[in-house]
Design a protein around this ligand. Structure first.
Ligand code: ATP
Ligand code: ATP
Ligand code: MG
Ligand code: MG
Ligand code: MG
Ligand code: MG
Length: 251
């Protein structure tokens, strides 16, 4: 096609390739989901269907982008870890980030009604995205540990907060005040002594979030190997997880 005289504006695009040999992480996070979750009557502190929908949307993304080795989700966020040596879109960062974010967002809407049979989607939800490079395995592990520790801290807080409100009859403000300045041990104690709840017995998906990894399994019918996306609710902070799934960092 002949070039127009306007073509020169293309030169203003100054996209650089992502640094080679680094782990690439894309994290998406729901915009104003505190409000979104209220408007759509999410069960507090944890709506199981909302989490399942997040996991479903992340699976669609992993199905499409085979260079994603592992994903980790909690609350309204998901992190996607892309292999260090990927040549996806010639390592153009914005392209990778926006495709992942866009496919996640549309999948969230596309599958909404499968998970929320009673609640109509009231307005289009949005997600932000960022892309981060981690040069070492240690950095990557620390990133994932950071997100999983965040899940734990928030979940313990939310579980105690909503116990005080829903079972203890406190107002939101009163519960907030009660928890101000408390340590993890205090929250565990409130749950145990006032609500007969052992935090460690709360569902593991709420406490640890969801890890999606790829595994090759044998189909029992014809014995052929095939790849599946497997959801796990394990502790990624300990070495044990990385020893058990040593193929992830070996890449
Ligand atoms: P921002 O736009 O800055 O991200 P936000 O309101 O989304 O604002 P977050 O820190 O991302 O703030 O927190 C997400 C909020 O969404 C949680 O605090 C919680 O209230 C709600 N939420 C997300 N997932 C669930 C769920 N499965 N069940 C119940 N509430 C949820
Ligand atoms: P890429 O992923 O690289 O963008 P693409 O197939 O989307 O690949 P584009 O150069 O963006 O390639 O072209 C979009 C194509 O979508 C058009 O060539 C045309 O075939 C089709 N298309 C888009 N909008 C319409 C429309 N309104 N009616 C008919 N065809 C359309
Ligand atoms: Mg935020
Ligand atoms: Mg959010
Ligand atoms: Mg969030
Ligand atoms: Mg196009």
């Amino acid at each position: 096609m002949a070039k127009s005289k306007y073509e020169y504006v293309k030169n203003f695009e100054t996209e650089k390739k992502l640094l080679p040999n680094c782990w690439i992480v894309v994290r998406i996070d729901g915009r104003a989901f505190h409000q979104f979750s209220t408007k759509h009557k999410f069960k507090k502190p944890n709506d199981e269907n909302a989490l399942a929908l997040m996991n479903r949307a992340a699976s669609v993304v992993m199905d499409e982008f085979k260079d994603i080795l592992l994903s980790y989700g909690q609350s309204d966020e998901y992190s996607f870890v892309i292999r260090k040596d990927t040549t996806l879109y010639n390592r153009r960062g914005p392209k990778i980030m926006t495709y992942i974010n866009s496919l996640f967002s549309t999948s969230y809407v596309y599958y909404w009604s499968h998970y929320f049979k009673e609640t109509r989607l009231k307005y289009p939800p949005a997600f932000d995205a960022r892309i981060i490079l981690y040069p070492t395995d240690e950095n990557l592990r620390d990133y994932l540990s950071w997100r999983q520790a965040d899940c734990h801290i928030n979940n313990l807080y939310n579980t105690t907060f909503w116990a005080l409100v829903l079972k203890g009859g406190l107002t939101n403000t009163e519960a907030e005040k009660r928890l101000c300045g408390t340590l993890s041990s205090d929250k565990n104690e409130i749950l145990f002594s006032e609500f007969n709840t052992n935090y460690n017995n709360e569902p593991i998906m709420y406490r640890k979030g969801t890890i999606l990894i790829r595994k090759r399994i044998k189909n029992p019918e014809h014995g052929k190997m095939r790849q599946v996306i497997l959801p796990l609710h394990e502790d990624m902070i300990q070495d044990n997880f990385w020893q058990k799934h040593s193929e992830i960092l070996a890449i």
